[in-house]
Ligand binder design. Structure first.
Ligand code: SF4
Ligand code: SF4
Ligand code: SF4
Length: 292
């Protein structure tokens, strides 16, 4: 077994290249406990990535599979008490891997294509959990969900259905400043999940809220895909606090019986299955699962 020695020169070189404030990390592990991929799979550890940077292990970081598991939500950065930025470091390492041509264009193309279709699987899992649960995920079902666009049947919304707002809805929308939205799409551009409008699009959610389509929102499958990362609110130049509003919509959907009380637990179990499969697929695309 090779024992790795700390490399202070490389640590300083990483610190100069990326403003991640890695040296402020006191290894509390809050980032690990907040990362949605780690919560579902126990296989993505932002703390470890920061620690490796602090030891100057750049070569090892460039070969680390978990760099590619990150869904770019930045929840690790929002939770860190010392304002360390694990995601900034992950983004830098990915860029370095690409710049040094340590992965091929074809791998990168397949990886990006997979990421853009992955939310379809989560959407289908929500649907499944609304009507029972997801006990297993066969290869056939995984491929089918991944490769089939989510088609939502168009429905004409009539004037009389608009502006049906409950008091709670009005208050939640007001607190989140939803009416300030002018549909610029900054939220959708920042959201790590918004790849296909029919699957998930925060701008669409806020637009519906402004029309008062309360019941449409409470009954929507898409709201359950949101991982509460807050990137939409962070990006909004109108200071709309969209993630808070979506959190309220989910809570209200449970309270008003749009989903049953066990739904959250079933969905969390389903997410474990899905994210494990997600990591397997990335390992396959990037060649991490190949035997030496
Ligand atoms: S939350 Fe911050 S201080 Fe804690 S382990 Fe993660 S990076 Fe380090
Ligand atoms: S950006 Fe999100 S997915 Fe990536 S390490 Fe941080 S918390 Fe995990
Ligand atoms: S909080 Fe906002 S950016 Fe994050 S997943 Fe939800 S809608 Fe997207």
């Amino acid at each position: 077994m090779t024992v790795l020695r700390p490399n202070p020169q490389m640590r300083d070189a990483i610190a100069r290249a990326v403003d991640a404030e890695a040296t402020l990390c006191w290894t509390c592990g809050s980032c690990d406990s907040e990362c949605p991929v780690n919560l579902a799979t126990s296989r993505l550890h932002p703390r470890k990535i920061i620690r490796m940077a602090n030891l100057g292990f750049l070569d090892e970081l460039l070969r680390l599979p978990m760099i590619w598991y990150c869904i770019t939500c930045k929840r690790c950065e929002h939770i860190c008490p010392n304002l360390v930025k694990p995601y900034a470091l992950i983004a830098y390492i990915r860029e370095e891997v690409i710049r040094r041509r340590q992965i091929s264009h074809e791998m990168l193309r397949r990886y990006r294509d997979f990421i853009s279709r992955f939310q379809r699987v989560r959407w289908h899992a929500v649907e499944q959990c609304l009507h029972g649960g997801l006990e297993s995920l066969s290869e056939k079902v995984w491929q089918e969900w991944l490769n089939t666009p989510v088609l939502q049947l168009p429905r004409m919304i009539h004037q009389k259905e608009l502006n049906i707002k409950t008091r709670g809805f009005i208050l939640a929308a007001k607190e989140a400043d939803i009416s300030s939205c002018f549909n610029c799409s900054e939220c959708s551009c920042a959201c790590p999940l918004a790849c296909e409008r029919s699957v998930f699009d925060p701008q669409w959610i806020f637009r519906m809220a402004n029309y008062g389509l309360c019941n449409e929102l409470l009954g929507s499958q898409s709201i359950w895909l949101c991982i509460a990362c807050g990137r939409c609110s962070e990006a909004c130049s109108q200071l709309v606090k969209g993630h808070n509003f979506i959190r309220w919509v989910k809570k209200s959907a449970v309270e008003k019986g749009f989903v049953d009380e066990g739904f959250d637990f079933r969905l969390s179990d389903a997410e474990k299955l899905i994210y494990c499969r997600y990591l397997e697929e990335i390992d396959r695309i990037m060649g991490f699962s190949e035997k030496p």
